[in-house]
Design a protein around this ligand. Structure first.
Ligand code: FES
Length: 206
C-alpha cells in the first residue's frame, strides 16, 4: 500500500503494463494519472512525477494534462466529491438551489471540504446529462434530477454507506448512470514498441 504519496507496487505495475498497450508509450499518461488518483484520492506532485517517470515523459507533460482536466484533483478532496452542474439546463432547473441546500446541510460552498473530510463541493459545466437537470456528479456517478428531498436522501446514503457507489438509490443510480471504469485494451503485438522478436521469414514489420 502507498504511504499516501507514493504509488503502490500494484499501481506502478499496472501503469507499466499500460505503456505496452498503446502504439505510443506516452498514451498511457492519461489512464496512468487516473490510476494514481484512484489510489491516492488526488494527484500530489510526487504522484505525477512517478507516473511521468514510469511512462517516460517529462513531468511537465503530466502537470499540463492534470491541469487540463477538471476531474483530476491537484489538492486533497473529501471522500465524496459532489460536483453540481451549472450548465444552462441545470442552471435553469435550479442548480443554484442545490448549491444553497448543500451550503445549509454541509456548511460549505464550491471548492470547500467539510472538516471531517467526507464531502467536497465543486461545480462543473454541462455534465452531458441535461435530461436529469438539475444534476450532479458524485465521484463517478450521476445523480439527478435533484430536489431537496432527493438531496437529503443522497446525503443520508453517503454518510451511512462506506461503499456508496455500489448501492442503488437516488437519481437512477444502479442503472448504468455512471462514468464507466476504463476498460484498457490488451497489447496489440503489431503496435508494440517493445517487440524484440526477429521477424520470421517473409514476415514484415508494420
Ligand atoms: S446543463 Fe447540466 S448536464 Fe447539461
Amino acid at each position: 500500500m502507498s504511504d499516501g504519496l507514493r504509488l503502490s507496487a500494484k499501481t506502478r505495475a499496472e501503469i507499466e503494463r499500460l505503456t505496452t498497450v498503446y502504439p505510443v508509450r506516452r498514451s498511457a499518461l492519461l489512464p496512468g494519472l487516473r490510476l494514481a488518483q484512484r489510489e491516492i484520492g488526488w494527484l500530489p506532485r510526487e504522484a505525477m512525477d512517478e507516473v511521468a517517470e514510469i511512462v517516460g515523459v517529462d513531468p511537465n507533460a503530466c502537470y499540463a494534462l492534470a491541469t487540463f482536466y477538471d476531474l483530476f484533483y491537484r489538492e486533497p478532496v473529501g471522500k465524496y466529491v459532489i460536483g453540481v452542474c451549472e450548465g444552462l439546463a441545470c442552471h435553469l432547473g435550479g442548480s443554484g438551489r442545490v448549491l444553497g441546500w448543500l451550503k445549509e446541510r454541509l456548511g460549505i460552498g464550491p471548492g470547500e471540504t467539510t472538516a471531517d473530510g467526507l464531502f467536497t463541493v465543486r461545480t462543473f459545466e454541462c455534465l452531458a446529462a441535461c435530461d436529469r437537470a438539475p444534476c450532479a456528479l458524485v465521484n463517478d456517478e450521476y445523480v439527478g434530477p435533484l430536489d431537496e428531498a432527493r438531496l437529503d436522501e443522497l446525503l443520508r446514503e453517503l454518510r451511512s454507506h462506506p461503499n456508496w457507489s455500489r448501492v442503488s438509490g437516488v437519481g437512477g443510480r444502479g442503472s448504468g448512470a455512471s462514468i464507466p471504469d476504463p476498460q484498457y485494451p490488451t497489447p496489440d503485438p503489431r503496435h508494440s514498441t517493445t517487440d524484440t522478436r526477429h521477424p520470421a521469414p517473409g514476415e514484415g514489420r508494420s
